[in-house]
Write a protein that binds this ligand. Structure first.
Ligand code: KG4
Ligand code: ZN
Length: 337
């Protein structure tokens, strides 16, 4: 079964053709990132306008790369939540029009479910149940993936998402947007033990908190700037990255231990982070757990992950009606549409 996956929740306009939820036949991504860099963050209206300009061409290219036209597509899967509302609406409305014009079933896909499904593209043998740390620009969750369409959220951030905190810290350090990528690049040249940023203690839960860590780096930078000191940017970046990734790995370990999971996965943009990948790998080796890391090309937003999850949603009977809307927020475990 071939699914056309469409993604437009943030600044990537993406489409892909995926066979049976596992095999990527094409994967096309257009991004407006360079424009957002000028402003130090994603400007929603610019993102929406670029989606409107790009989406027809991106979908056409995805079909061409897969050597098929709409007659070879069994269903259209589209990200409908969560994300930037104006951005999501472009993909949703395009998918609805295409679905109606070609009489192809339409399947709504939750963005974070898509991120998790990126692992199915990388690890052909991966099947639920497994425990997944989902860390992106907008979300940080520990999710028990009980089945392909059944999830339980065990923990989540109480304030900033991990990617958001990294992006804000990157901006404070004067690094290019997105800060997460910039920090990952510069961190290996710094000393991660140079600064001991506070480690939030939410001992009894699997929740995260990154705002204290973020405030600490901002205060440290301001203090040094006031004293006229040169910022040790690489040391600050490395120490901050250590703080964020240690929090993520600690809670992942706690949840996996308490719930008895031995199959572990990472997902979302932050799962591209080299320290997070290394430390999770170290943890899983030490515990004898099986770790699944999404291929780097599937960590960020893409259409293939939507096509993969769309397949499992389709098989479980999920269909969108012509009045499908987009939603800025939506729980992963009990989505409505
Ligand atoms: O999943 P994603 O592409 O978009 C959302 O759904 O939010 O995640 C984007 C986030 C950004 O905050 C970005 O800084 C972060 O992922 N990110 C990284 C890395 N690559 C992307 N953070 C740390 N290290 C990276 N290598
Ligand atoms: Zn994402």
């Amino acid at each position: 079964m071939r699914i056309l996956g469409i993604e437009s929740s943030c600044d990537e306009t993406a489409a892909a053709v995926v066979q049976d939820g596992r095999q990527v036949l094409s994967n096309v991504i257009a991004t407006s990132l360079e424009e957002h860099k000028l402003y130090g963050g994603v400007v929603p209206e610019i993102a929406s306008r670029r989606h409107a300009e790009s989406i027809s061409g991106v979908v056409r290219q995805a079909l061409a790369d897969a050597n098929c036209d709409m007659s070879g597509i069994d269903a259209i899967a589209v990200t409908y939540a969560p994300g930037l509302i104006g951005a999501l609406l472009v993909g949703v409305n395009f998918a609805k029009g295409l679905s109606m014009a070609t009489n192809t079933p339409l399947v709504p896909v939750h963005h974070l479910r898509g991120h998790i499904a990126a692992n199915y593209l990388t690890h052909q043998d991966l099947k639920p149940p497994f425990l997944c740390l989902v860390a992106s620009g907008g979300h940080s969750h520990i999710v028990a993936v009980e089945d392909y369409t059944t999830y339980k959220v065990l923990g989540k951030t109480r304030d900033d998402a991990a990617g958001e905190a990294l992006d804000k810290a990157g901006r404070t350090l004067g690094l290019p947007y997105p800060g997460g990528i910039s920090i990952d690049k510069i961190a290996p040249t710094g000393d991660e033990n140079a600064f001991a940023f506070p480690h939030p203690r939410l001992d009894t839960s699997y929740d995260f908190s990154f705002s204290g860590l973020k405030t600490a780096v901002i205060n440290t930078v301001h203090r040094m700037e006031q004293k006229g000191e040169t910022l040790p940017v690489a040391d600050l970046a490395a120490s901050f990255q250590k703080g964020v990734t240690d929090c993520l790995v600690e809670k992942l370990e706690k949840a996996a231990t308490d719930y008895g999971y031995t199959s572990i996965a990472l997902a979302g943009g932050v799962s591209a982070n080299s320290r997070l990948r290394r430390e999770t790998d170290r943890l899983c080796r030490q515990k004898g757990w099986q770790l699944h890391l999404p291929a780097l090309k599937y960590c960020g937003d893409n259409g293939a992950m939507v096509g993969a999850q769309g397949y499992y949603e389709y098989v479980s009977g999920v269909r969108a009606q012509p009045d499908l809307n987009a939603y800025a927020t939506m729980p992963i475990d009990r989505p409505t549409f």
